[in-house]
Design a protein around this ligand. Structure first.
Ligand SMILES: Nc1ncnc2c1ncn2[C@@H]1O[C@H](COP(=O)(O)OP(=O)(O)OP(=O)(O)O)[C@@H](O)[C@H]1O
Length: 207
């Protein structure tokens, strides 16, 4: 796991990551400040998802370092197959409130309010009782973004949050990311969508 610090920013220093025999990231230096949305751009295969994986701590650096605050990371990965999560939309978003709770303790009133608020934010309350595998790709994507938002984590990483969503929903997602930065979070998203990139405070380009 990457070291954790009291620094609210996420930083990578001379970060090299291998995937199989391939060097995907080669001595990358970057800072992702708190209170700002950073868009990761670059062509297909340039390593955006790999960098998010490294920031989240789900892939280990070959060399170099990742540092991040110690209070948790919310990571919304790209293209979760629906059958991997045979849950309702509400249950999926509620998973965002499980961290740090014993398995036997039900979610409290505050947690349920947070879940409802994220369903409203992504304008999916009418889908709350639907199963994820009954949703369109864009509806599923908004559900997964809501799951990331529900965690209220100091670091929010999202892989292509507007991929496959319509323009109105993309605006909702972009606005929600900005709001998360406004509450002081480090927000990093990988994006090909020019609207989402233009709305970011900062851009880091790979490749
Ligand atoms: N599990 C893996 N095993 C081996 N190689 C991988 C693995 N995952 C990714 N790669 C390779 O790593 C490189 C970077 O992939 P990555 O998904 O990080 O790129 P990306 O910039 O996010 O691409 P895209 O824009 O297509 O989403 C690619 O060449 C890819 O083929």
């Amino acid at each position: 796991m990457p070291p954790t610090t009291t620094d609210p920013a996420v930083r990578v220093a001379a970060l090299t990551v291998h995937r199989g025999h391939r060097t995907v990231l080669d001595r990358v230096d970057a800072t992702f400040p708190a209170g700002a949305v950073t868009a990761l751009t670059g062509p297909n295969g340039s390593g955006k998802s790999t960098l998010l994986d490294a920031l989240a701590g789900v892939v280990a650096p070959a060399t170099g370092a990742v540092s991040r605050p110690g209070d948790g990371v919310a990571y919304v990965v790209q293209a979760v197959p629906p059958s991997a999560l045979p849950l309702t939309v509400r249950a999926t978003v509620a998973m965002g409130r499980w961290r740090g709770k014993p398995w036997w303790r039900p979610l409290g009133r505050h947690d349920r309010d947070v879940v409802d608020a994220q369903l409203d934010r992504m304008q999916i309350p009418d889908l709350a009782d639907r199963s994820l595998d009954e949703l369109s790709g864009g509806q599923r994507q908004r559900t997964l973004v809501a799951l990331g938002l529900a965690q209220r984590a100091p670091v929010l990483l999202v892989d292509e949050p507007t991929a496959g969503v319509d323009a109105a929903s993309a605006s909702l997602v972009v606005a929600a990311l900005a709001e998360e930065a406004s509450r002081g979070a480090v927000v990093v998203h990988a994006a090909h969508d020019p609207v989402a990139v233009a709305a970011a405070d900062r851009v880091v380009t790979l490749g």
